[in-house]
Design a protein around this ligand. Structure first.
Ligand code: ZN
Ligand code: ZN
Ligand code: ZN
Ligand code: ZN
Ligand code: ZN
Length: 270
């Protein structure tokens, strides 16, 4: 059976992150055993960018400073027995400062409660690594930076309806997903569209939760801004699925998704 080996050894590596062996690809395919190999208790301790010792050990990538700059501007040094939480994007530790009255913490997604470091460090999530940093895994909803791939499945997580939508708006400004987001937020602030998960455009959320909210907004945009005359006849001539937008079969059965319209409300209850 393929083994996936996770090596965690801050003593021998330039910075204290979890390193994956080249067998990483087997993680996705097989639920085989994961072996955590630690170089003793000291190596197993999580060191974050604010921990004493982190700077010296990671100096090649740490860009000189001894105390990591925090986005809030405050100074912070981890205590000897500091508890840490892991950023769910880069897997780097962040000091767990819940309950610290001096902490200006923006690390928890308002919707799913997972922790992210992007708004905590001045350098951001992944900001100390070589190569491009992660692309906004955690921010105010209105500042979220989506890319074209986020359009896939944007309507009801139904690939067929999403393709119909993408084709229909191809020649409009909203074909750019970030323009679509700002147009929808403008409609929401005018009271025309409803936000489902976030309280406002300023709610700080993770990328996954932001995608869910954008998908809700895109559905409303599809209903209000893509009239039937902009759609091909084979799309508009379809019968409506009784379960409408709430149908779960539309995501499992491509033939069902193609044959019936799901951009409509549910008309059957049992
Ligand atoms: Zn620390
Ligand atoms: Zn979230
Ligand atoms: Zn991170
Ligand atoms: Zn990130
Ligand atoms: Zn259906």
């Amino acid at each position: 059976m393929a083994r996936s080996v996770l090596v965690f050894s801050p003593n021998s590596l330039p910075d204290p992150i979890v390193y994956l062996s080249e067998e990483r690809t087997s993680i996705g395919r097989s639920p085989g055993p994961c072996i955590f190999r630690f170089g003793g208790a000291e190596a197993a301790r999580f060191l974050c960018r604010s921990c004493p010792g982190y700077g010296a050990q990671a100096n090649a990538r740490y860009r000189g400073a001894n105390v990591a700059q925090l986005a809030s501007g405050e100074q912070y040094r981890c205590k000897p027995n500091q508890n840490h939480v892991l950023c769910q994007c880069c897997l780097e530790p962040i000091p767990d400062r819940r309950g610290d009255p001096n902490a200006h913490l923006v690390v928890k997604c308002h919707i799913c409660s997972r922790t992210f470091c992007d708004q905590y460090w001045a350098a951001g999530c992944d900001g100390l690594r070589a190569g491009p940093r992660c692309s906004s895994c955690f921010s105010k909803f209105k500042d979220m930076n989506f890319d074209a791939r986020d359009m896939d499945g944007i309507i009801l997580n139904n690939v067929f309806e999403s393709d119909i939508f993408k084709t229909a708006i191809r020649d409009t400004a909203e074909s750019d997903i970030n323009v679509l987001l700002s147009t929808c937020l403008k409609r929401a602030s005018d009271g025309l569209f409803k936000l489902k998960y976030v309280e406002s455009a300023d709610t700080v959320v993770c990328k996954d939760c932001a995608r869910k909210e954008l998908s809700e907004l895109a559905y409303q945009f599809r209903v209000s801004d893509v009239p039937n005359d902009r759609l091909p006849r084979e799309v508009t001539s379809r019968d409506a699925c009784w379960w409408g937008r709430n149908c779960t079969t539309q995501r499992k059965n491509p033939d069902h998704a193609r044959r019936l319209n799901h951009v409509c409300e549910q008309t059957r209850r049992h």
